[in-house]
Ligand binder design. Structure first.
Ligand code: DSN
Length: 403
């Protein structure tokens, strides 16, 4: 029987030998991993620092306080809750803090780049709140703030959620906040994908003007799988009560410690340089893909992410993901705005540069990766070409080992 330890070893080997291009994935540092795999997982500590329902929390309190202090400093925000288990729970906790079942909310359509927890009909959010969705403009494939404003004025939502998982351009959080204020709604910015870019100053920040901000900690922020809710002080009590005891029990202290470590790392100058390179690499990769003749949604990228529209190619989302998997390039199939295909076999693939940048790759490697992706997509049934590209990937990976 294969044991877990052996499977972990195999997964490590897979990571070492492949190019990880899923834009929501990254590699954590050894220190983050150490905190995450520590004895802190043994402890119960329901409540908040110095207000716990369990004894023995002297050190756990200090760890949680450290995570909060670092997040406040990094993002310049008044209040932080570091206990949400992950991104979707964090968003549900915010809804729970401000909404009654059936209340109206405005969020981004998943098929245009939103998220399941932004009111998709199969999610708890969509089933229990009255979501109305905005998308991108069909011609520009960009957010159209005038249209979003009109929608908000017409629907009068109690909450507006901004943020996306497959949008490659700058999001103007200030415009969202202004629209929310105009209609008397709470504005929640979900910055999960771009938190690291915001922390490093390479994407405009939603702070300090945004009411509430949610984020996962494991994407561009390079931390463990977890989440944070950040808000203006006036909403602190509402948010904290919604997280505990509203939706959660004991916090995952090992995760909170790993978040504290990753936030400490994000405060260092090296992190700024990393985030800058993530964006430079995404732009370089986008340019090469365009040069090779592939169509990119919105024509390019301003952040860490690229959405490739394979409509018109013989090989679309599902086959492209599978063919690239065969050559050790990991991507995910993804809907594109106004997609005529289904989510299980959509027209696009979504790629990003956070993980390959963490490995030390730069613009010259992006050129090579862009060429390899195009070659595989255009020859997805050709075994000889796929074997050649896999060899090329292995050689590239050897030059940029994972530590
Ligand atoms: N599933 C994440 C992503 O891949 O973008 C969002 O939660």
């Amino acid at each position: 029987m294969i044991k877990v330890a052996e499977l972990i070893k195999k997964e490590k080997n897979r990571l070492q030998r492949g190019l990880e291009l899923i834009p929501s994935e990254n590699y954590v540092s050894k220190d983050v991993l150490k905190a995450l795999g520590s004895i802190l997982t043994n402890k119960y500590s329901e409540g908040y620092p110095k207000k716990r329902y369990y004894g023995g929390n002297e050190f756990i309190d200090q760890i949680e306080e450290l995570a909060i202090e670092r997040a406040k400093k990094l993002f310049n925000v008044e209040h932080v809750n570091v206990q949400p288990y992950s991104g979707s729970p964090a968003n549900l906790e915010v809804y729970y803090a401000f909404l009654n079942i059936g209340d109206k909310v405005v969020g981004m359509n998943l098929a245009h780049g939103g998220h399941l927890s932004h009111g998709h009909s199969v999610s708890f959010s969509g089933k229990n709140y009255d979501f109305v969705h905005y998308g991108v403009n069909q011609e520009t494939e960009l957010l159209d703030y005038d249209e979003i404003r009109k929608l908000a004025l017409r629907e009068k939502p109690k909450l507006i959620i901004s943020g996306a998982t497959a949008y490659s351009r700058i999001i103007d959080f200030e415009k969202f906040q202004n629209i929310a204020e105009e209609v008397g709604a709470i504005h929640v910015a979900d910055i999960s994908h771009i938190a690291g870019l915001i922390a490093a100053g390479v994407h405009p920040s939603p702070f300090p003007f945004t009411d509430v901000v949610t984020t996962t900690t494991h994407k561009t922020l390079k931390g463990p799988r977890g989440a944070m809710i950040m808000c203006k002080e006036k909403y602190a009590q509402q948010i904290d009560r919604a997280v505990f005891p509203g939706m959660q029990g004991g916090p995952h202290n090992h995760t909170i410690a790993a978040i504290a470590v990753c936030l400490g790392e994000a405060l260092r100058p090296e992190f700024k340089a990393y985030a800058k390179q993530v964006v430079k690499n995404a732009k370089a990769l986008a340019n090469e893909l365009k040069k090779q003749g592939l169509r990119l949604v919105s024509g390019g990228t301003d952040n860490h992410l690229i959405l490739i529209d394979l409509t018109g190619e013989e090989c679309v989302g599902k086959e492209a993901e599978a063919a690239l998997d065969e050559v050790n390039i990991t991507v995910n199939k993804n809907m594109i705005p106004f997609d005529k295909r289904t989510p299980f076999n959509p027209s696009g693939i979504r790629i990003g540069t956070p993980a390959i940048t963490a490995r030390g790759m730069k613009e010259p490697e992006m050129k090579v990766i862009g060429q390899m992706i195009t070659r595989v997509v255009r020859n997805y049934k050709d075994k000889m070409i796929k074997d050649e590209v896999r060899q090329q990937v292995l050689e590239l990976c050897k030059k940029f080992p994972l530590h």
